[in-house]
Design a protein around this ligand. Structure first.
Ligand SMILES: [Zn+2]
Length: 523
């Protein structure tokens, strides 16, 4: 999940000059001379580092206090993570986000681009986007000396200024910082250690921007040393040659907290240079999780009208909540927010498939669609030994069932559902496959006395569409099943429970004493 370049531009920084971005483009200075006379003056830009720019634009945003929040689209971090990031940016720190997978770390880092100027001038053609007033590469210094005020100027958008790298053990100094290119050296007749012979890596190419390194502890020690040298001194050695690269980059990192704190994973001097450590977390409440999933999942689709019941959203969210607490699932890697997001997309697709097959106009997801979304769930679970033994499918089903039970309790604690349970105990059976049309399913469900009268807490009245009534009624049956008050087999036939919980209430209908079993067949 995360903001694309486009949305980064959409949310682009507060522009103190209040030029429309098109206006800026049309009238932007094209030479160094024009630039000097514009609002991109030498006085303003020469010593303005990226971290100053982030800070200035953040201050402007804090003063504005717009309703979109500091980082639009970041949900559930307003009182925890966001204030710490604000402090880090105000402090001009390099910082690291420590958190488990799927805690929107990359998204937050990308959101920093919304604090960059809409346009940033640089010397046209420069590989490392040199500041027109203080170029660091020899090519640009020579060009400015030769062309003076006629030196051509180009511009970068915030999206152009964000570079991201997933650290892996095989990342080299050449990838990250650069390499000496002997062919380039020979052609140009340069000394081998001259900057003209350097083939720049990712970090110099992020010059005057934000460089994000994800999973920092996976970076080899000597690469961390190179990174530290660049951050500290602006010097680095490539193949033994000292290269001076006083880059202007805001470097931000992310890591799994256990990896980061493990001894020896991060070299101490680098750790010392990381100004703030900020812990991320999973959504604290089901409602926040629902909001994040609603924002991230692809739910608004062409073709069909859809009604997505709140209880289905809550069930999907609680699968992740249950998984995060489950001993069968690895705590160290966590359970990503991508689990409910992918599950939601699959749930809606299964409901869509049913609507298409049965020529229904309204798509209304059901609990059975959640079970059908197992393929979007199991791959997101890192199982411990016990979980491996039971299998991902089994663990996934257990989680769904736990999520249903909790969600059912939210709506029906204290509700009298005895009549419904009795209907099954007296031998009633009903099959509710995830493909059966709503009109047909509703006819069958109406046979269960008391069931369709109980849909009120879910906000569903008998006036609602069959699709909505079926989804709500099935939720009640699934809730009773999750609490083991009624049974259900693999063919999705609901029937009397095998065990007899709450004996004080159901004594009269104990299986052994039952005179006969009333059987009904449904297709
Ligand atoms: Zn340059």
């Amino acid at each position: 999940m995360g903001a694309s370049g486009d949305s980064a531009r959409e949310l682009s920084a507060y522009n103190p000059e209040k030029y429309s971005s098109l206006g800026v483009l049309m009238s932007s200075p094209r030479t160094l001379g024009e630039l000097r006379r514009s609002h991109f003056s030498e006085e303003r830009l020469r010593n303005r580092r990226v971290k100053d720019e982030l800070r200035d634009n953040l201050i402007a945003r804090l003063r504005q206090r717009d309703d979109g929040g500091i980082f639009p689209g970041i949900v559930g971090y307003d009182d925890t993570v966001v204030p710490q990031i604000v402090n880090a940016v105000l402090s001009r720190h390099n910082f690291i986000l420590l958190g488990l997978r799927g805690q929107a770390k990359s998204r937050i880092l990308r959101a920093l681009t919304t604090l960059l100027d809409e346009q940033m001038p640089y010397i046209e053609g420069c590989e490392i986007r040199d500041n027109p007033y203080s170029p660091i590469c020899r090519r640009c210094r020579e060009e400015v000396a030769r062309l003076g005020d006629a030196t051509p100027i180009a511009y970068l958008t915030p999206g152009d200024r964000y570079v991201e790298k997933l650290a892996t053990p095989d990342v080299t100094i050449a990838d990250l910082i650069g390499d000496i290119d002997p062919i380039k050296a020979a052609r140009g007749g340069h000394e081998l250690s001259s900057e003209m012979t350097v083939h720049y890596g990712l970090l110099p190419r992020a010059n005057r921007g934000i460089f994000a390194i994800n999973e920092l502890p996976d970076l080899a020690g000597k690469i961390q040393v190179g990174l530290f040298n660049i951050m500290q001194e602006g010097d680095v050695q490539i193949k033994g040659y000292p290269i001076r690269l006083p880059l202007d980059v805001a470097i931000v990192f992310s890591a799994n907290p256990e990896d980061y704190t493990a001894r020896g994973k991060i070299i101490t001097p680098l750790k010392d240079r990381i100004g703030s450590e900020i812990r991320t977390h999973y959504p604290a409440t089901v409602d926040e999780g629902v909001a994040i999933t609603a924002q991230e999942a692809w739910t608004r689709r062409n073709g069909h009208a859809m009604h997505l019941p709140t209880y289905i959203q809550q069930v999907i969210e609680r699968i992740a909540f249950a998984a995060r607490e489950d001993k069968k699932i690895d705590k160290r890697s966590g359970v990503s927010q991508r689990l409910p997001i992918s599950a939601m997309e699959n749930v809606i697709s299964n409901a869509e498939r049913r609507a298409l097959r049965n020529d229904e106009k309204l798509v209304v997801p059901r609990v059975s669609d959640v079970y059908a979304a197992l393929p979007a769930i199991t791959g997101k679970l890192e199982l411990e030994y016990e979980g491996e033994m039971k299998g991902a499918d089994f663990v996934g089903r257990e989680l769904i069932r736990a999520a249903i039970a909790k969600t059912y309790d939210e709506y029906f604690t204290g509700a009298n559902v005895q009549q419904i349970v009795q209907w099954f105990d007296l031998g009633g059976e009903i099959q509710l496959s995830d493909s059966v049309p709503a009109s047909e399913a509703l006819e069958n469900l109406k046979e269960i006395q008391g069931l369709t009268d109980k849909l009120g807490p879910l906000g569903v009245s008998p006036k609602e569409s069959p699709e909505q009534q079926v989804s709500a009624a099935e939720f009640i049956l699934e809730g009773l099943h999750a609490h083991k008050r009624i049974g259900r087999n693999e063919e999705r036939v609901f029937k009397a429970g095998e065990k007899k919980p709450e004996p004080q209430r159901e004594k009269a209908f104990d299986a052994d004493e039952r005179p006969y079993r009333q059987r009904r067949q449904f297709n």
